[in-house]
Unconditional design. Sequence first.
Length: 179
Amino acid sequence: MKESNESRGECCPEKGAYRVALLTLSDKGARGEREDESGQVLREMVEGLPAEVVFYEVIPDEARLIEEKLCELSDALGADLILTTGGTGLGPRDVTPDATRAVIDREVPGMAEAMRAASIAKTPHAMISRALCGVRKRTLIVNLPGSPRAVRENLAVVLPGLPHALDKLRGDPSDCAAP
């Protein structure tokens, strides 16, 4: 079934809020053993965009479940942007980048590189981040770390570039170079 442009707010790319989905990956959070502070930081920070949070959920660190949820949010919900938090490190249950890589059509390495570069100036632990950014159809997916502080620091790096990226994914034909 072909999706209409209006169903995704694409009839007028410059108008309308971006549809944003927030997904927290946390075994403890999914079991109700930990409050999702990182998800709340995401919600607060996207308020600076012309954005509407259309989905929020906390799910466990299960690769297959993450893949299914990312596909659902992109394909069925039509999110312009999916922000994930958690599961980007080296722990045995840190599978978010792997699940993201399995469902994207292409990577956007500059965004992940920019986040790591800014983070490494603050902590050497940033070098173990495997966070990934990529595109599935017309949805940008950005993996962020799990701690509220790291979410704030990393999202602040890419936030200024998100409107341009999302407009391009919506079909904005203008040149990227500044006039």
